[in-house]
Design a protein around this ligand. Sequence first.
Ligand code: ATP
Length: 429
Amino acid sequence: MTHETRQKERQRDADRAESTDGADDIDAPARNGADDRFATGVAPNADTEVLSLDSVGKSYGSEPALSGLSLSVEEGEVLALLGPSGCGKTTTLRLLAGLEPPDTGQLHLRGEEIASAGTDTSRPPEERDVGLVFQDFALFPHLTVSENVAFGLAGLDDADREARVAELLELVDLAGRGEAYPDTLSGGQKQRVALARSLAPEPDVLLLDEPLSNLDVRLRVSMREEVHRIIAEAGVTAIWVTHDQEEALSIADRVGIMHDGRLHQIGAPEGVFERPATRFVASFLGQAGFLSGRIEGDRLATDVGPIDRGVLDGVDGPDATDGEAVDVLVRPDDLRVTPASEGHAHGRIVRRQYRGPSFVYRVETTGGDVLHCLHNHTESFDVGQAVRIELVAGHRLAWYPHEEGSGDGADDRGVESEAETDAQAVLDR
Ligand code: ATP
């Protein structure tokens, strides 16, 4: 199957998929025709499935680190597991690598059970065809680059081992550095050696645990592309754990978003960003604001004036009822503000964040909704300015049953994006 065909199948899967197990317990899901809203963790084609987890749970003491996790990964796919600190990403990798047993559920690799709760038949780590890449590189300091890469190739004769090491150093763009020692390499080079070492035995699955988080921000972005290229050229199936939503969206074929040990949603990057299954997903994937309103016939009455009901994604489904109170997901690029006199304003600017090329204005509407509006850096307005707010989204919008005091995305997820934090530090006037 070609990469394009796989992508199309995946997209189809995301389009028709159903709610993720357990999502309803943790956050009211979007009501945009729920049947076609949520992507399951099930890979689109069972014939090409490499790895699967079925209702996997793990607790440390009385605290569940993972609950009811079900997902599968297809041959050659890069799945990003994304979520805030403590959501269970590393625990998932540890269970897959055989470093921990599951308390519930089963894990399969290429159709064979590798672990099952309550049995002692788990395959030990060394017998699982799984490669691991850690954030701290974990290179052997006393071995050269070539010796590090050759570490897992004990079964090959000298000539084959040398050829495989040369091939891998070429792949990771380090040909000619084979005799160097790790402490003479940059962070990016060290991570490339670690990658080559993990790929050397040709694992079925490569597990990457925050592989770029020890690199500085600028290097992280370029290494993101580089690591992705290496994985694609090696043709290896990969699970890439990260808490960086931009990294996940840019490198993955599918993204699984986790919170409190549960999988909230899994699907193609565009699908999860544009059609988030829960408020948490909406808020974690970029800045999110929730505009509250009430469906009144063919309109939605809001603080920023009436909006055509048709702009709501899936509003024709059975869930949307006349008179229903809803919260509509609006991202900064969906809104614009213009200064207005007090009597005509929809709200007031309460904060402005300078981001170099742009400003993001945080606006509180007269009814108390908190929204973010993206503007060109030339459009400079003061905090306190009364404004009208215009919806300029060129696409349909996700919506959720109204929640009192749902607030804005940054508050919901308890963290602000790095860009937001940086900008805030520089210019919060
Ligand atoms: P981070 O991004 O910070 O690495 P994570 O999403 O990888 O977080 P995990 O490391 O999987 O999260 O941890 C999930 C939960 O399990 C956390 O509450 C953590 O404190 C707990 N936990 C993980 N390992 C252990 C352990 N060995 N003993 C006790 N609790 C643990």
